[in-house]
Design a protein around this ligand. Sequence first.
Ligand SMILES: Nc1ncnc2c1ncn2[C@@H]1O[C@H](COP(=O)(O)OP(=O)(O)OP(=O)(O)O)[C@@H](O)[C@H]1O
Ligand SMILES: O=P(O)(O)OC[C@H]1O[C@H](OP(=O)(O)OP(=O)(O)O)[C@H](O)[C@@H]1O
Length: 221
Amino acid sequence: MTSNDMDYLTIALPKGKLFDLSASRLGQLGYTAEGLSENSRKLVIANEAEKIRFIITKTADLPTYVEYGAADVGIIGKDVLAEENKDVYELLDLKFGFCRMMVAVPQVLRQEKLSDYAHMRVATKYPRVAERFFHSNGIQMEIIKLNGSIELAPMVGLAEIIVDLVETGRTLKENNLLEVAQIHTATARFIANRVSFKMKFDRINQMVAGLKALVESEGKA
Ligand SMILES: Nc1ncnc2c1ncn2[C@@H]1O[C@H](COP(=O)(O)OP(=O)(O)OP(=O)(O)O)[C@@H](O)[C@H]1O
Ligand SMILES: O=P(O)(O)OC[C@H]1O[C@H](OP(=O)(O)OP(=O)(O)O)[C@H](O)[C@@H]1O
């Protein structure tokens, strides 16, 4: 950590579904910077007056930036934390970005019990989560890692079953898929680098307190 890094608080935000909600929550607390936008071509956006720096990362990479201290803090889905398993502090459940990690199958392949799917191929963006889930249920599966459009895999015979996020259920429905098991629920979390949490304790703690108050006021609304 250089002295320059010590002066600044670097906040990592993920591109994609959580960006707007994350940026608006932080903005409400005064953590913002001119030009902060998901579509910005500039990937580091600084607020010199407040000594804040934002970095915008790919969703799956965000915990890595925080683990290595390239960002002091960040906001990311619990699903990504479960998959990436990085050594970071999870400081607060922000209670937005709610979704469920589900096992789903085409209606025509539906079985009686979960164990009836043994040895089938599972397509997913979350191979470690899927592996852990089936392993803990004593079921051996072949995991196929994909990077998106997971629902396509069973339609074209790449896999029989999928593990994916479900929010409204619309994507499953439109592709004739049925939920057969829930692995976990997920919401956005505020995370911090372990060293930064000690070295920049006051600033990070103040941020957590502000976010916590926002979460509580929204819970009451
Ligand atoms: N319907 C949903 N589908 C996917 N993620 C959701 C949904 N609702 C909330 N989320 C949350 O939003 C996070 C970001 O989702 P998003 O789809 O933007 O990322 P991504 O698809 O992994 O990124 P990329 O498009 O770069 O692959 C998820 O990790 C999850 O925590
Ligand atoms: O239950 P729903 O409200 O329909 O949302 C769930 C869908 O949204 C996500 O896909 P996303 O749009 O991120 O695209 P991707 O599959 O390419 O990741 C997720 O992977 C599901 O496909």
